[in-house]
Ligand binder design. Structure first.
Ligand code: SF4
Length: 330
């Protein structure tokens, strides 16, 4: 599935690079100096590249872990995110990555140990306070697991840090590495879910919703902490029925009382990303919804946004305790 591998010359001999190269013996290999030479040039077409993305193996030098934006969190005061990978196997039409990056190629930073060292360092700063780390910000945390070994390599680190929480955010069913190891009590596997009708239209290449629910239920049965992320809420004229049916489907398989957290957030994108995505996909019906621009963000009209949040919150709270509910205030 990967036809071309770009490899930064400085990490050509890195053991993780060698392992990945063995996975793709047929791939054309191109050595480059810095990944930005391939990833950043402006004259690239994200939509075309998305058909056959290359994999760029790179080294990250700084800013391994960054503070999460205010309003982003699942109950903690100290929230950080980190991205071992840029871009995603899936192709959600609402994804901000299409607006943020020039390229749809995948970048994988192979120097995991540097991320891990910074995570340890941040945890040591406040040994008596929990610190939350979010990993699925610029990619899906688990979708590429067979290639990246990301969870396999990071979970042991988190297991040893008494005040560290990790959120793995995913639409994937790549849960084998989790099922095959001891549960990490402060790891939340957070599944993003949408109604079937929405997922079929705008979450291309992602596993169907029933499969995601099945994966979440399997992990929950093995005592992994599960999160549910209904984010972004997508407007359809019959959204109430669609979300009600989704919640019924979810809570028929998942123990609502045992959930770590449930969050909810409406569709919104920075205006410049929205414009770029709209240009890439001018016929996309998602963008014909009742949208407005305010303070540089494109979102649904305020009345609609409030109604969707209120309706979906009310429906969710029929199943889950208030203490597990984290509506997104971004
Ligand atoms: S799964 Fe997440 S990161 Fe991947 S394309 Fe969809 S929204 Fe973007």
């Amino acid at each position: 599935m990967i036809d071309t591998l770009y490899i930064e010359s400085a990490i050509e001999q890195h053991p993780r690079v060698a392992t990945i190269r063995r996975r793709f013996p047929q791939a054309r290999t191109v050595v480059c100096e810095r990944f930005g030479e391939v990833f950043n040039p402006k004259a690239q077409n994200f939509r075309l590249q998305k058909q056959h993305p290359a994999l760029i193996l790179a080294e990250k030098y700084q800013k391994f872990v960054l503070p999460a934006p205010a309003g982003y969190g699942i109950g903690g005061q100290r929230n950080y995110y980190f991205s071992h990978m840029l871009n995603c196997l899936y192709d959600c039409r609402y994804c901000f990555l299409q607006g943020m990056y020039q390229s749809a190629n995948y970048v994988l930073f192979v120097n995991y140990e540097d991320f891990q060292e910074q995570i340890r360092h941040i945890c040591r700063e406040t040994p008596d306070q929990d610190v939350y780390f979010f990993s699925g910000y610029d990619c899906d945390s688990l979708a590429f697991e067979p290639v990246t070994d990301f969870a396999e390599q990071f979970l042991p680190v988190f297991a040893e840090l008494p005040n560290a929480w990790l959120e793995l955010r995913t639409k994937s069913t790549q849960i084998r590495s989790l099922l095959n190891r001891d549960v990490v009590p402060r790891c939340v596997v957070a599944f993003s879910l949408s109604p079937d009708a929405v997922a079929e239209k705008v979450e291309a290449k992602a596993p169907n919703v029933a499969k995601r629910i099945e994966a979440a239920a399997k992990l929950q049965q093995q005592d992994w902490q599960i999160g549910l992320r209904f984010d972004p809420l997508i407007y359809q004229h019959d959204y109430r029925q669609q979300y009600r049916a989704l919640f019924e489907q979810v809570f028929a398989a998942i123990d609502a009382q045992a959930l770590h957290s449930v969050s909810l957030g409406v569709f919104r994108l920075p205006e410049q990303y929205f414009k770029k995505i709209h240009k890439l996909y001018p016929d996309e019906k998602l963008f014909a919804s009742p949208l407005q621009t305010a303070s540089g963000m494109v979102s649904y009209r305020a009345d609609l946004e409030q109604a969707m949040m209120a309706d979906c919150s009310q429906m969710l709270l029929e199943y889950i305790p208030q203490s597990a509910f984290f509506p997104c205030t971004l």
